[in-house]
Design a protein around this ligand. Structure first.
Ligand SMILES: C[S@@+](CC[C@H](N)C(=O)[O-])C[C@H]1O[C@@H](n2cnc3c(N)ncnc32)[C@H](O)[C@@H]1O
Length: 449
């Protein structure tokens, strides 16, 4: 295929996928709001967004593929290596600029904003313009800024968890990212796959932390632990993690154990949608206390009606409660290097009965070479992206790779390929039943072999 043919194919993929995405917005009965407006839209917190995400992965992949294809390499390399997005966002998030601007719907001058956040006006102007250029905030008049669609969504007091997610990304993840090169050069951390030697832990040790692993670090930093738990709510919205409420036949089962369920990021919406389910949420002891308080404030009926139970666990040393129909783990295995992940799956297997199912819900790394992609498609119904896109959709799967590298930075861990998941499960004596395509994430269902 000549390059010109690639250009035409990409234009047509952009056009068709953008129309499907726009139709998904319109399906909610409301038009797509302008980016410049500080408004919310029902789709922001919708939980059934598989079709939208499928269209977006083609659209994002095709847009970046086309602009990269049509740009001289120098301009792409410059944009990627000098990209200041996360530095600028950190200023906005740490100073809670969206909260401040929410009190000034018509905009606030740089002079006033600079007094509130205590950053010199000239520097603040550069920062706000850098952000507004990437559609975070809007310059409504010279030197006057207001919230827009994106900045409005990260006000710190919203229940959507996006502020906490941004704070986690901009602090723990980005600081560990800045330390990746140094930790790889370090004689003991570089070759190690243990959680205690991750780039984040290498940095934390240099800062004087003596405990083990990120979860130990969170325990020693309660404010960051709380932020982490709320960030998981944000993660549910940002990656369509609640698509699973609609895609899986929960009505066919009666009991669920949500292993590493945090404060009930999935379990609470699940309990609301399927009141017949008996749900047990298991997490570390100190998280469990927080979870009990969270349900007492947000969904006391479920507790009073005996539908929600809270049982502490250390899944590295013990099995979850026995006798559940479903054992569900969202964003658990990706936190752990291979040997620990194997222990966790083995422990879950011990609690399962012949009628139980294990549901592993994570991002999945899909092949970048078309030959392997076609093998997966044939064997398990996982389709590669249409040509000329990269088989894994390229930028359309960027969040899977953000998460994969995030796991490396924090835990020396990773997102896994289908082959790697199957290996973990087979070693534990489990049989693969089904791949549930949730667009952005995947869920794999297993039974006892
Ligand atoms: C990435 S979060 C995922 C939370 C939740 N499943 C979700 O998707 O929102 C990982 C969870 O594993 C829990 N966890 C970490 N180590 C654990 C352990 N040894 N035993 C039990 N839970 C653990 C953490 O407290 C945290 O809630």
């Amino acid at each position: 295929m000549s390059t010109n043919a690639d250009v035409e194919s990409l234009i047509s993929l952009i056009s068709s996928s953008a129309r499907v995405a726009a139709a998904e917005w319109q399906r909610t009965g409301t038009d797509v709001p302008p980016l410049s407006e500080a408004v919310t839209h029902p789709i922001d917190t919708a939980t059934d967004v598989v079709a939208l995400q499928q269209a977006l992965r083609t659209l994002e992949g095709a847009c970046e593929h086309l602009t990269t294809l049509l740009s001289p390499p120098g301009s792409v390399i410059f944009r990627r290596t000098f990209n200041p997005d996360t530095h600028l966002l950190r200023i906005a998030v740490e100073h809670k600029v969206p909260d401040i601007l929410a009190k000034h719907p018509n905009g606030l001058s740089l002079t006033e904003l600079s007094k509130i956040v205590n950053v010199p006006e000239l520097k603040l102007g550069q920062i706000m313009r850098g952000l507004a250029t990437r559609h975070v905030f809007v310059e409504v008049n010279t030197d006057i800024f207001a919230n827009n669609r994106l900045s409005h969504s990260i006000r710190s007091y919203l229940p959507n968890g996006l502020y906490a997610l941004a704070s986690r990304g901009l602090n723990e993840t980005q600081s560990a990212g800045s330390n990746l090169y140094e930790s790889l050069c370090d004689e003991s951390c570089g070759p190690s796959f243990e959680a205690k030697d991750s780039p984040f832990m290498h940095m934390a040790r240099k800062d004087g932390f003596e405990g083990n692993g990120v979860f130990g670090w969170l325990e020693a930093n309660p404010a960051r632990r709380e932020n982490y738990a709320i960030a998981m709510i944000g993660m549910g919205y940002s990656c369509g993690g609640l698509n699973v409420l609609h895609a899986f036949p929960w009505q066919n089962y009666t009991s669920v154990c949500d292993i590493g369920g945090s404060v009930g990021t999935v379990s609470m919406p699940l309990a609301r949608k399927y009141p017949h389910l008996r749900i047990t949420i298991q997490d570390r002891e100190e998280v469990t206390q927080h979870t009990i308080d969270h349900w007492a404030s947000n969904y006391p009926e479920a507790v009073a009606e005996n539908r929600a139970h809270f049982v502490p666990i250390d899944f590295l040393t013990g099995a979850p409660v026995e006798g559940c129909d479903l054992y569900y783990m969202r964003f658990i295995l990706h936190d752990w290097p291979q040997s620990d992940a194997q222990i966790i799956v083995n422990n879950v297997r011990k609690a399962m009965s012949p009628k139980s199912r294990l549901l592993i819900h994570d991002y999945m790394i899909t092949p970048l070479d078309r030959k392997s992609g076609l093998v997966e498609a044939r064997e398990h119904g996982i389709e590669p992206a249409p040509e000329p896109l990269l088989p894994n959709y390229g930028a359309g799967r960027a969040r899977a790779h953000c998460m994969d590298i995030g796991m490396l930075l924090q835990y020396n861990a990773k997102e896994r390929s289908l082959t790697e998941f199957l290996e973990l499960a087979t070693n534990a004596g489990l049989k693969f039943e089904k791949h549930w395509d949730l667009a952005e994430t995947s869920m794999l269902e297993f039974s006892i072999a």
